[in-house]
Design a protein around this ligand. Structure first.
Ligand code: GLA
Length: 410
């Protein structure tokens, strides 16, 4: 009899442990339905830094709709660093009362009323990069606060994290978000320092691959212990990373600098490269004052369709011809996007012999023999058309791109 009771007790204990394990593993998941294609949005940091407030954020939501960006697919309005006030007596974070007197929930309500979503920013350390309260030790409370404000997106930075294990820190915040119960896209921002592409597939929906961007073509700006980088520098740092990206987990090349001072050609290249590399497309300019050229670049629907293609295959560098590099990205229904980049400071006339150049992608297993397979193409920026039977001769201005969408000939 006593033995039976003991067995029953042991069985009950095993059963409850299994339940607990189940509950824990159910909790330990990111929200899988988010980020199936790279996220599109706007973020305050590149232009405004800490100079942000609720009126400006709401204005951006208005312009995102009026400018046609929402129609083009942009979805998130993301508040970066410096929205924070103090923690309350229980440790819950509050918005800064001067900058956000109505609170984040009111901003989220407004952004939602425009058919858009709201993103927020925190940091795995005690302090954010701009010295505001970080989430360390408050991860679950912070995620609960964001969820209670109806936030849809969390960018999680990596300042003040000496001695913190990156995988553990990002896992804790992922679990905290899951626990809070509201689907929030989780954007990992640790600059590629700890190779998040090797461990973050199940943790975040995207991870930054580099340090911060600067609005320049090929520069490095040193800030002492870290550097910020121009467009080509960030592009070159993507080498070897494409195999890690796919639906739900993207290589993030950082928020864009389109409209922030580069030439039109450089802006077009920057946008096209980020799009074809499946980077999240997060505008970083003041949308309110943007020029027509900037607006046209940011809302090029065919370029955005290449970024948002359902296969989610990041482009590969197909041909490296010195100043000219050719990237190719397999798309759904047998289409391809081909991007010719002119890295040089002068215009190039380039001749590309389609039949002469086979394409073999060991990672996505796509192959093209242009002798056997023929395509029509359309230039995504000029609407010019052609086919792949003969040589392609193109003029590419300095720092510019030519982007073609190839469709199989029937
Ligand atoms: C880091 C990030 C930037 C931005 C700032 C805010 O530098 O990489 O994208 O969020 O912090 O302080």
């Amino acid at each position: 009899m006593l033995a039976n009771v003991k067995i029953l007790r042991i069985m009950a204990l095993c059963f409850s442990s299994v339940i607990l394990l189940f509950v824990q593993s159910a909790a330990a998941q990111k929200f899988e339905q988010l980020g199936k294609t790279p996220q599109l949005g706007w973020n305050s940091w590149n232009t405004f830094g800490c100079n942000i407030d609720e009126k400006m954020i709401k204005d951006m939501a208005d312009v995102m709709v009026k400018s046609g960006m929402k129609d083009a697919g942009y979805e998130y309005i993301n508040i970066d660093d410096c929205w924070h006030g103090e923690r309350d007596a229980k440790g819950f974070i509050q918005a800064n009362k001067k900058q956000f007197p109505s609170g984040i929930k009111a901003v989220a309500d407004y952004v939602h009323s425009k058919g858009l979503k709201l993103g927020i920013y925190s940091d795995a350390g005690n302090k954010t990069c701009a010295g505001r309260p970080g989430s360390r030790g408050h991860e679950y409370q912070d995620a609960i606060a964001y969820a209670s404000w109806d936030v849809d997106y969390v960018k999680y930075d990596w300042c003040d994290t000496k001695d913190i294990n990156p995988k553990a820190a990002y896992t804790t915040m992922r679990d905290a978000i899951r626990n809070a119960g509201r689907p929030m896209l989780f954007s990992i921002c640790e600059w590629g320092d700890n190779k998040p592409w090797e461990w973050a597939t199940d943790i975040g929906h995207s991870w930054r691959t580099t340090g911060d961007i600067d609005p320049c073509w090929n520069c490095e700006h040193s800030h002492g212990s870290w550097s910020s980088w121009g467009v080509l520098r960030i592009l070159d740092k993507q080498e070897g990373l494409r195999k890690y990206a796919g639906p739900g987990h993207w290589n993030d090349m950082d928020m864009m600098e389109v409209g922030n001072g580069m030439t039109e050609a450089e802006d077009r290249s920057h946008f096209s490269l980020w799009a074809i590399m499946n980077s999240p497309l997060i505008a970083g300019n003041d949308l309110r004052g943007m020029s027509d050229n900037t607006r046209k670049i940011l809302t090029n629907k065919e370029m955005i369709a290449i970024n948002q293609d359902a296969l989610g295959i990041q482009a590969l560098k197909w041909i490296d011809d010195g100043d000219i590099e050719i990237f190719i990205k397999p798309l759904a229904k047998g289409d391809y996007a081909v991007l010719f980049l002119n890295r040089a400071d002068s215009e190039k006339i380039y001749v590309h012999n389609w039949p002469f150049n086979e394409m073999k992608d060991d990672i996505s297993k796509h192959e093209i023999n242009f002798n056997k397979q023929h395509f029509n193409w359309k230039n995504v920026w000029t609407d010019a058309t052609g086919n792949t039977y003969s040589n392609l001769t193109i003029s590419i201005p300095a720092h510019d791109v030519v982007v073609l969408r190839l469709t199989p000939k029937k």
